[in-house]
Design a protein around this ligand. Structure first.
Ligand code: SAM
Length: 271
């Protein structure tokens, strides 16, 4: 193991916090463990050597971020959100949305299981009402997870939380692996996006997922991100966060609906 000196650790924590909002101040051992193979690959014997290299090679930043982000995710994680989508949001849209087009964003999507679960939920719901545009934008800072999201093969265990009918309808099986069918895959548009940067989209969203991302953020980064999300929601649009996260009074226009679900402006969720 190559150890971080106090100065090196402090430089890295500050750099990552300022640029990506992620708080690594309690992750010294994790950094040393995850970065070891990278340092060895380049024959570096200290983190300072690696940081000098990093400053001259912009692409290396991807490797650093791929190593230091936590990407755990799975299909139908925190299923209450998908029930809420099916029971509250989609019926509302069916009644009121004349454009037959929903705008959904999975922010901090990792390998895409969250976005794919939302697409399958919508396909299922709209089966009797064809013609809806249900494409989803899915973004992450890590290029590695975005590449994986688009090529992944799944084991039976990966699919264990999905209804049997979905496995038959939306996956093809080859020996003991499963592939997501194109009709689901092509509904998700993956893009790299750093949530700490200013972002602007031409049209606001009906629903933003940002689950299990802000837990790694500093309070300032989280507050500023929630304000930006609120600006990017349509009136009546929803924000889903992780069940272990909460939003206090950071944004007056964002109202608590139930744990981990918030609505911009009007509070008309029928529960
Ligand atoms: C634990 S995963 C969450 C995946 C999914 N949302 C879920 O709940 O299962 C957190 C993701 O947030 C991404 N992330 C962390 N900081 C980010 C930033 N500043 N901008 C964009 N994505 C970020 C990480 O790369 C990682 O893939």
């Amino acid at each position: 193991m190559i150890q971080l000196t106090d100065d090196e650790f402090s430089w890295l924590v500050t750099y990552i916090r300022n640029n990506y909002g992620i708080n690594l101040s309690k992750k010294r051992l994790l950094i040393e463990a995850r970065m070891y193979s990278v340092l060895v690959k380049h024959d570096f014997t200290s983190f300072s050597q690696y940081f000098s290299y990093l400053k001259q090679n912009e692409n290396e930043l991807n490797t650093l971020l791929n190593k230091l982000t936590t990407n755990h995710t799975y299909f139908m994680r925190e299923p209450r959100h998908f029930d809420f989508l099916r029971e509250v949001i989609l019926p509302q849209q069916l009644k009121e949305n004349r454009e037959h087009s929903l705008r959904i964003w999975s922010a901090g999507c990792s390998t895409g299981e969250e976005a794919y679960t939302a697409v399958m939920t919508m396909k299922d719901f709209f089966r009797q009402s064809p013609g809806w545009d249900t494409r989803i934008l899915a973004t992450d800072i890590s290029t590695k997870v975005l590449a994986e999201a688009q090529q992944r093969v799944y084991s039976a265990e990966d699919l264990q939380n999905l209804p049997e009918s979905w496995k038959r309808l939306y996956f093809t099986q080859s020996d003991d692996v499963f592939l997501l069918k194109d009709e689901i895959r092509r509904e998700v548009i993956f893009r790299r996006l750093n949530l700490m940067e200013d972002f602007h989209f031409q049209r606001p969203f009906d629903l933003i997922f940002c689950r299990n991302v802000m837990i790694y953020f500093t309070k300032e980064a989280k507050d500023s991100l929630i304000r930006k999300f609120c600006n990017m929601l349509k009136p009546g649009g929803y924000l889903f966060i992780g069940h272990s996260e909460n939003i206090q009074n950071e944004v007056p226009d964002l109202h608590y609906v139930e744990p981990s679900i918030y609505q911009k402006g009007r509070l008309d969720a029928k529960r």
